[in-house]
Design a protein around this ligand. Structure first.
Ligand SMILES: [Zn+2]
Length: 108
C-alpha cells in the first residue's frame, strides 16, 4: 500500500487533481472508466466508479471530453477523448500546476 493513498475525507482537496489527471490521459489516448480507476489507483487515489463516472460526465458536459461507445467483446463501453477545448484547458492548467509546484514543493 502506498504511503500517498488518500483518505476519502480528503477527496475534496484532490478533486481538481483527479480531474486534471483524467484530462491529461484523455489528451494522450482514449480512456474508459475502469481503466482510469486503475490508473488513479496506481497514483494512490482510491476512487469508486460511483465517484469517477460523475467526474467523466461533468467533464463531458463542460465540453472538455467527448465520449463514444466502443465494442469490447460482447459488451459496450464508453471511451473518452479530450476535445480541443479540453486540450486548451489542460494547457492553461499546466502553468497553474507548475506555479503551485514551485511554491509548494520548491518553496519559491
Ligand atoms: Zn497517470
Amino acid at each position: 500500500m502506498s504511503k500517498t493513498k488518500s483518505d476519502n475525507t480528503d477527496r475534496d482537496l484532490y478533486s481538481g487533481l483527479i480531474r486534471l489527471h483524467v484530462l491529461h490521459h484523455a489528451a494522450e489516448e482514449p480512456i474508459f472508466g475502469l481503466g482510469m480507476i486503475e490508473e488513479l489507483a496506481r497514483h494512490g487515489y482510491r476512487i469508486s466508479p460511483g465517484s469517477l463516472y460523475p467526474i467523466l460526465h461533468g467533464l463531458e458536459k463542460k465540453g472538455y471530453l467527448r465520449s463514444r461507445a466502443e465494442r469490447n467483446g460482447r459488451s459496450q463501453r464508453k471511451v473518452y477523448r479530450a476535445t480541443p477545448r479540453g486540450l486548451k484547458a489542460l494547457e492553461a492548467a499546466k502553468s497553474k500546476v507548475r506555479e503551485l509546484f514551485r511554491e509548494l514543493i520548491e518553496g519559491k
